[in-house]
Write a protein that binds this ligand. Structure first.
Ligand SMILES: CC(C)(COP(=O)(O)OP(=O)(O)OC[C@H]1O[C@@H](n2cnc3c(N)ncnc32)[C@H](O)[C@@H]1OP(=O)(O)O)[C@@H](O)C(=O)NCCC(=O)NCCS
Length: 135
């Protein structure tokens, strides 16, 4: 699913295993008939009220059906439960579907981070950093 959703930008198996396994991360999944069709991974830091949405993806077969929006609602609920007051995330400045998802979920674009990524997406390695205050 990761490969289908992200193509050349997908995390490889060791990176996914790390993301799922470290103690200060929570991954929530969306399932249809028992099959994982989407996930969101959130990182937390000790003594910090900021949660970081590390990755979110929906299987291309199941996109544009509201699953991304539901995962974002879960990210917010989990962050609140973890006593965070701010969610931060970065995305490629040319990733239109992600930009729309975050704006629709109430996130505000805060800054452009130059050359944030190693591999370009649509010719750009820049990220936009988004934030949402949740309490
Ligand atoms: C970004 C991503 C997670 C969005 O997931 P998604 O499940 O398609 O998101 P949603 O379905 O909630 O929203 C997508 C669109 O479907 C629309 N939609 C939501 N529910 C709908 C429904 N029931 N019927 C029809 N359309 C619907 C939304 O309004 C939205 O429209 P818009 O593009 O005009 O804003 C997905 O495109 C993806 O996995 N991309 C590849 C990985 C990626 O880039 N991840 C982000 C990295 S930072």
């Amino acid at each position: 699913m990761e490969n289908r959703a992200f193509g050349s930008h997908a995390y490889d198996y060791p990176a996914l295993k790390y993301m799922l396994g470290i103690a200060n991360s929570i991954t929530t999944v969306a399932t249809v008939d028992g099959r994982i069709v989407g996930y969101a991974s959130i990182f937390f830091r000790k003594n910090s009220k900021i949660s970081h949405l590390e990755s979110i993806a929906v299987d291309p077969e199941f996109q544009n059906a509201g699953i991304g929006g539901m995962l974002m609602d879960e990210v917010e609920r989990i962050s609140l439960e973890m006593n965070c007051s701010l969610i931060v995330l970065e995305t490629f400045e040319k990733n239109v579907s992600a930009l729309k998802l975050y704006e629709r979920s109430g996130f505000k674009a805060k800054e452009v981070v130059q050359d944030y990524y190693h591999i370009p997406f649509d010719g750009s390695r820049n990220a936009i950093r988004f934030e949402k205050r949740i309490k």
